[in-house]
Design a protein around this ligand. Structure first.
Ligand code: PA5
Length: 447
């Protein structure tokens, strides 16, 4: 199983401060299990991995097959929880350079609908011109502006480029069962569609069709992903002792650190493929915990890259941070450092070593330096990057997030704060229904 090591936070907080949280953590797990905590109408994610109907998995795989057979490129249109999970998994498992038309086997997965950049949308349209492309339009509400705008453009281009009939075959909607523009459009056009369960919020939806369909289209084994998550589900229930439950240990450690004044958690990886896993994690913890004037600020770095940009701050900046490192035990490929007769670069001391050995020493050296510099360190070890272990990691973080939110004393399953910018944006764009807001905002900015 994935291992979590919290021993390197014990120089900063005594074990007793973690132990003291044990009853609260246990209580949080029970609340999640019996649905008695805040936001209990959004805890459907808890058993997705173990309870997903095999008919649904078959349907996802069938649809993935249609897209794989008919598309060189598949664009996932979605934002926040509607794209970060699939992107995290696809990037973690893909070849760094050829998850694309280049390898001839898998369609290239691209993402849109997560920004409102005209240049991005123009350049995407140019890139897919004359390519056989399909779209997976993902929006739980079905009304998110970023996604709806990108979909409007992509749908038109798909119909113009591939014809209405083929477009109908290669556009798939993943949305609410009944509500929202994405549902209305899917039903009217006769697209294949999947439902996002009512009781699963966006940032917890990677193990629903939201994540599973794009991941399957990219050529990865969603059954293994679900198996990994299901095994972690079993390990993180109330029947596992506190010390053996990785989600409980993680939630307790980070809350104890937060209470001791460590307000920022930096998730660090040493594999660039994990960049989007950190983006997904930031949304999961940021949206779940940042409310009521509370919450650990989730930040991330890709190492050793960012040691040359953020390293100074981490080593010697304000001591309000702690670090959680995702360490991957075994890499996929083998690259040995060659010996060089002239040794002009002075690197012969590394000759014969695997590059990963150098990376691991960078990791250990950094961990020790950061601890010496006053940064508590949590270490999560993942045996290797495949579907099964990523499934475990995803569930470990989701469960840790639910527990941690309850220990912190917030409802981890709502996100009231994300509406504020939308109201202003709609008022500024004169959206019908926002006339009063428009007047208010215009007088405010013209002052
Ligand atoms: O976690 C969440 O609920 C959000 O991040 C949503 O996923 C995001 O805002 C996109 O919403 P929707 O799927 O309704 O377009």
């Amino acid at each position: 199983m994935i291992k979590i090591d919290i021993s390197r936070i014990l120089d900063f907080i005594p074990q007793s401060e973690i132990k003291v949280l044990e009853p609260q953590v246990k209580d949080a797990i029970l609340k999640l299990e019996n649905g008695s905590g805040a936001g209990n109408d959004f805890i459907g994610w808890m058993n997705l991995a173990s309870k997903t109907d095999s008919g649904l998995i078959d349907a996802i795989e069938d649809t993935a097959k249609v897209l794989r057979e008919n598309c060189e490129v598949v664009i996932v249109a979605g934002i926040g929880g509607s794209y970060l999970g699939s992107r995290a998994v696809i990037e973690a498992l893909s070849n760094s350079f050829s998850q694309s038309v280049l390898d001839g086997k898998n369609p290239q997965i691209l993402f849109a609908g997560h920004n409102i950049s005209e240049d991005y949308l123009f350049e995407l349209a140019e890139y897919i011109r004359n390519k056989k492309f399909g779209i997976i339009n993902i929006s739980k509400s079905g009304t998110t502006t970023e996604t709806a705008l990108a979909f409007r453009l992509l749908k038109k281009q798909c119909e113009d480029q591939r014809g209405k009939e083929m477009a109908r075959k290669v556009i798939v909607a993943i949305t609410d069962a009944k509500r929202g523009a994405a549902r209305i459009c899917a039903d009217k056009e006769g697209y294949r569609s999947f439902i996002i369960p009512d009781n699963v919020g966006g940032r917890f939806s990677v193990l629903t069709p939201v994540g599973l369909l794009p991941i399957a289209v990219a050529g990865f084994d969603i059954r293994h992903l679900l198996k990994g998550a299901a095994d972690m589900e079993t390990l993180t229930t109330s029947s596992t002792p506190f010390e053996d439950n990785p989600s409980a240990q993680y939630a307790a450690a980070r809350n104890a650190l937060y209470r001791s004044g460590k307000k920022i958690e930096i998730l660090a990886n040493y594999q660039p493929k994990l960049h989007y896993l950190s983006e997904w994690w930031k949304q999961l913890y940021g949206e779940s915990e940042g409310k009521d004037g509370k919450g650990i600020f989730p930040a991330s770095v890709d190492l050793s890259t960012d040691l040359h940009s953020m390293g100074q701050w981490i080593q010697e900046g304000e001591r309000t941070i702690f670090e959680t490192v995702i360490s991957v035990d075994k890499v996929k490929h083998s690259v040995l450092v060659p010996s060089d007769d002239e040794n002009l670069d002075g690197l012969n001391f590394l000759a014969g070593k695997h590059v990963d050995e150098v990376n691991k020493m960078a990791e250990l050296g950094t961990q020790l330096a950061h601890v010496d510099g006053g940064v508590p360190n949590i270490r999560i070890t993942v045996p290797e990057l495949n579907e099964y272990w990523i499934g475990q990691l995803i569930y470990m973080f989701e469960k840790g997030c639910g527990i941690s939110g309850y220990v912190l004393g917030v409802n981890p399953f709502n996100q009231p704060g994300v509406e504020a910018y939308k109201k202003n944006m709609f008022a500024l764009l004169n959206k019908p229904g926002y006339e009063e807001e428009s007047k208010k905002i215009l007088s405010r900015i013209n002052k």
